[in-house]
Write a protein that binds this ligand. Structure first.
Ligand code: ZN
Length: 345
């Protein structure tokens, strides 16, 4: 919706008006050539073909008698990569889908933060909520743990001001970027080792979960046949049958979507060498970064974990941990320490 508002305000021709301006016929006629619908933007953002592939079987029809076009689930699509020149880089497309999956809570004031959906509480793992009001000055905007509700919540107060967060994230990124740029080979060596250990663990547990899901899915198929037969044989009432099959279908849908994300997770882990190279390339691209932009943030950062403030020194000190995109956590302190030792040696 925000993008469509920006396009409307910038007086960019909408797709229908653009087609008209090129002398192409269109089915619809929009009265305002600059008016953009939020749905149009969604359609553009989700259109995989822009990455250069051809997608077949996005819809299907039941039979030659029922010609209604139905949406085919994505796992049934046939995708042919590099079918035509790309206009969107595939990794940018992937990033956009990721951002769209994170539900953005738009505040009532209409203000939003580039960190929305990226910030988590280190203690309880909950997402942190962006809080702002119209009268807030920028320095008062803050994030608070989703499990913290004054005195009744399950998490003790976790709170960080948005400006503090921005400064901490920028500092972290700057240190990592300059390290990667200066010591690319050593960074590659350490991260390869770290990632292959971590990745073996993740792949093992994802494969175990995947096998369980597939087994349960097969069980459900049998159960479904069983209740169907019982229903036909009048051993199971129609209401009961309807209720049970609905339950099975729900469980089936959940299992199927979990299977898809597990497969993606495994594939992602198996691509880790490629991911590491991609991260190094991105980090080097941002060498000299002195201001955090939403795009740089999304390109480099997957999640930010906020720790409980440390007041032992009398001053409020807060630490964050950044999970970087493509590579996860970077043991930057150890890397810097090792660097110092190498220098003195
Ligand atoms: Zn919490």
């Amino acid at each position: 919706m925000q993008i469509s508002k920006a396009l409307t305000a910038a007086k960019i021709l909408n797709p229908t008006a653009y087609k008209n301006s090129r002398g192409l016929t269109t089915r619809r006629f929009d009265s305002d050539p600059y008016h953009w619908n939020a749905n149009t933007v969604v359609h553009i953002l989700e259109r995989k073909e822009y990455t250069g592939c051809t997608v077949n079987f996005k819809t299907y029809t039941n039979s030659i008698w029922d010609k209604k076009q139905r949406d085919n689930p994505e796992e049934n699509w046939a995708i042919f990569e590099n079918a035509h020149p790309e206009i969107i880089k595939p990794d940018m497309f992937k990033k956009v889908q990721e951002i769209r999956k994170q539900r953005h809570r738009r505040t009532r004031t209409g203000k939003s933060s580039m960190f929305s959906g990226l910030v988590y509480c280190e203690d309880c793992g909950a997402k942190m909520r962006y809080c702002t009001t119209k009268d807030f000055e920028k320095r008062q905007d803050h994030f608070v743990c989703g499990n913290y509700k004054s005195n009744t919540g399950s998490c003790s107060i976790h709170f960080i001001r948005a400006v503090v967060l921005e400064q901490l994230v920028l500092n972290n990124l700057q240190v990592v970027i300059s390290y990667v740029t200066a010591h690319e080979n050593y960074f590659r060596q350490v991260m390869t080792e770290k990632m292959s250990l971590k990745s073996a663990e993740i792949v093992k547990s994802a494969k175990r979960k995947l096998a369980q899901n597939e087994k349960r899915l097969a069980e459900l198929d049998h159960l479904f046949i069983k209740i169907y037969e019982d229903n036909v044989a009048a051993k199971l009432s129609d209401e009961r049958f309807a209720m049970m099959s609905e339950q099975y279908e729900d469980e089936q849908a959940t299992l199927k979507s979990d299977i898809i994300s597990l497969q993606a997770e495994i594939a992602e882990q198996e691509r880790q060498t490629e991911n590491l190279e991609l991260f190094i390339k991105k980090a080097k691209k941002y060498d000299g970064l002195n201001e955090l932009t939403p795009y740089a943030l999304r390109e480099l950062v997957k999640a930010i974990y906020v720790e409980k403030p440390d007041k032992s020194s009398g001053k409020r000190k807060q630490k964050i941990r950044i999970q970087y995109d493509l590579v996860g956590f970077i043991p930057i302190n150890e890397l810097l320490q090792a660097e110092k030792q190498r220098e003195t040696a």
